[in-house]
Design a binder for this molecule. Structure first.
Ligand code: GDP
Length: 586
């Protein structure tokens, strides 16, 4: 029985050698043979380790060690007695065009939807409203499936999901995706039956559809809260907010307010005159202006703390979205933040996180996929090189995650570089050296950059709608796919007589036992079950006459072009087939 060794996602070469009871030099040598150059202290990922262990032929199986859950994910469990009720964090989800933006807009009574490109919400942010004197926090979650990445990050932040379904359209794929997401994340659902004002609205039909997906309306004896609303006429909005507060009371969301704050970065961008600015949602504790916080690889002494209504705060408590300035660099979307005692600790922690990250990314550059590619030279992955620029970190993450999701075993997107902000001269240089296409999402290419690009023949593609960008990348990737070769068997012949055999040709005769024979064609010569050769059929004869096709039951003569001398015998089978190439798409 193979010995099982548990390792983590990343492991240093030295530790792996120790676990395998091998000299480290042997392991390094094997990695080197496979094109991976590492030292004893460098880390390789699990898949690479697994491939190498297989290559070494050791009687060992690797298993992934269960990872400890990140601290923030345990938020919903156990609190001390000091925990106090906190506002709910609500996300609005559902199919495109069902009215998510309009609904959020109606709720906040501002008019964000109007100026938006493509009508979808492009990046995550959050704001708080007051209803019946109680605060409710809304995540401005983007609505299209391309933003699944953001939703995954935001999953443990969300308490309640409003599933928006247009009453005139019913349940659609992204509605189901939203329902699945909410179920998976253990998030409470409230269904908003939107566009109830429209002529074609049919609330009953949608309720029926919801029941089919195990969301039985309360009025039909189930426990799904369904509220009929119209983002247009504002009908039902108050009722929807009442229901959210009701669910909040039933669920009794709580958090600790005492102690240092902890939470998640939900957006970051450079703001003119203010420097790196991050939007964050507090999960536990109280965040104060002047606090030192660490978020991923950067840290801040909080200079200003601003609420979603623009007011400056001295401190903020759980479920409150805030804009924070004072960061040394842009934190990343999805980074967890925590308060530390002083600047020294903040700097040290940020440096530690940076080192950890570099360790991971330098080795993930030589990822298992690259390694596989080296091992399977015959099965090379074709790569599409791209450079990505986006307006804010949140959308950059979404674009990168979405295009990476297009990877297949044959073709993959290789992101040469990426960044927040307008396209730069440096991007053009990189694009030239790596033969990359530059994709810009919600960013501009200044005129001098455009000129440079056209001089250097660099392609810049600018998009304002994420799925159009993704479709374009998909199309580019599709072009890298080698065409598919489709073989179609047309007919079979059983050999009855051999007329001539040379090094390059066989002429024989026989009976068509299946289908019909046509020229030109290819054929496989089969004896018993074994294939002897693949040949080209150059001629067909019915009697003394050349024929274009010969049908089942008829006798004929065939000329075959062979690569080497082929000793055909009576009783051999010749299977005729045609070969066509089809271009493929992803
Ligand atoms: P999203 O893609 O889910 O964010 O959908 P939008 O909020 O952009 O809405 C899509 C379209 O439906 C827009 O043209 C809206 O004006 C329209 N719409 C949204 N809510 C309503 C509603 O309650 N009634 C009517 N009649 N139209 C609506």
């Amino acid at each position: 029985m193979a010995r099982t060794i548990e390792i983590e996602d990343m492991i240093t070469v030295g530790t792996l050698a120790e676990k395998l009871m091998l000299p480290a030099t042997r392991l390094i040598g094997e990695l080197l043979k496979n094109g991976v150059m590492v030292t004893i202290n460098e880390r390789i990922d699990f898949d690479t380790a697994q491939i190498i262990v297989e290559e070494l032929g050791l009687d060992v199986e690797l298993a992934k060690k269960a990872q400890a859950e990140p601290a923030a994910r345990v938020r919903k469990q156990g609190h001390s007695e000091k925990a106090v009720p906190r506002p709910p964090v609500v996300a609005v989800m559902g199919h495109v065009d069902h009215g998510k933006t309009s609904l959020l807009d109606a709720i906040r009574s501002a008019h964000v939807a109007k100026g938006e490109a493509g009508g979808i919400t492009q990046h995550i942010s959050a704001y708080q409203i007051i209803h019946n004197k109680r605060p409710i926090t809304f995540l401005d979650t983007p609505g299209h499936e391309a933003f699944a990445a953001i939703r995954e990050h935001g999953a443990h932040l969300t308490d309640i999901a409003i599933i928006v379904v247009a009453a005139d359209d019913g349940i659609k794929p992204q509605t189901l995706e939203a329902i699945r997401f909410a179920r998976k994340a253990g998030v409470k659902m409230v269904v908003a039956l939107n566009k109830i004002d429209k002529e074609g609205a049919d609330a009953n039909r949608v309720k029926q559809q919801l029941s089919e997906h195990e969301l039985l309306p309360e009025e039909w004896g189930g426990d799904t809260v369904i509220v009929e609303v119209s983002a247009k006429t504002k009908q039902g909005i108050d009722n929807l907010l009442d229901m959210i507060l009701l669910v909040t009371d039933v669920e009794d969301f709580r958090a600790e307010v005492e102690g240092p704050a902890r939470g998640l970065i939900i957006e970051s961008h450079l703001e003119q005159g203010k420097g790196p600015t991050a939007h964050a949602l507090i999960e536990e504790g109280t965040l104060k202006a002047g606090d030192f916080i660490v978020a991923g690889t950067t840290y801040a002494k909080i200079r200003t703390l601003v609420a979603s209504d623009g007011s400056t705060l001295k401190q903020a408590t759980p479920s409150t979205p805030v804009a924070i300035t004072g960061f040394k660099a842009l934190p990343e979307f999805g980074d967890e933040f925590n308060v530390v005692n002083n600047e020294k600790i903040a700097r040290q922690q940020a440096e530690q996180n940076t080192a950890l990250k570099q360790g991971t990314s330098s080795r993930s550059d030589m990822s298992s996929r690259e390694l596989l590619r080296i091992i399977n030279r015959s099965n090379q992955i074709q790569e599409l090189n791209i450079i990505v620029r986006a307006d804010v970190q949140g959308s950059l993450t979404s674009v990168i995650d979405s295009v990476k999701a297009l990877d297949t075993e044959e073709v993959a997107v290789h992101i040469v570089s990426s960044g927040v902000g307008a396209i730069t001269e440096n991007d053009i240089h990189r694009a030239v050296t790596s033969n990359a296409i530059i994709y810009g999402f919600n960013v501009e290419a200044p005129t001098n950059i455009k000129r440079l690009a056209s001089r250097d023949k660099v392609m810049i593609r600018l998009y304002k709608v994420i799925y159009e960008l993704i479709d374009d990348v998909r199309e580019g990737l599709g072009k890298l796919l080698s065409p598919e070769i489709v073989e179609t068997e047309t007919g079979r012949l059983v050999v009855k007589a051999i007329f001539k055999t040379t090094k390059t040709e066989v002429i024989c005769g026989g009976e068509v036992t299946k289908g019909k024979l046509v020229v030109p064609a290819f054929a496989r010569v089969v004896r018993d079950k074994e294939q002897l050769a693949e040949v080209e059929v150059t001629n067909l004869k019915r009697g003394p006459q050349d024929a274009k096709e010969v049908l089942e039951g008829e006798m004929c003569g065939v000329s075959l072009a062979t690569a080497t001398r082929l000793e055909i015998q009576e009783g051999d089978r010749i299977e005729f087939f045609t070969r066509q190439t089809h271009t493929r798409t992803l």
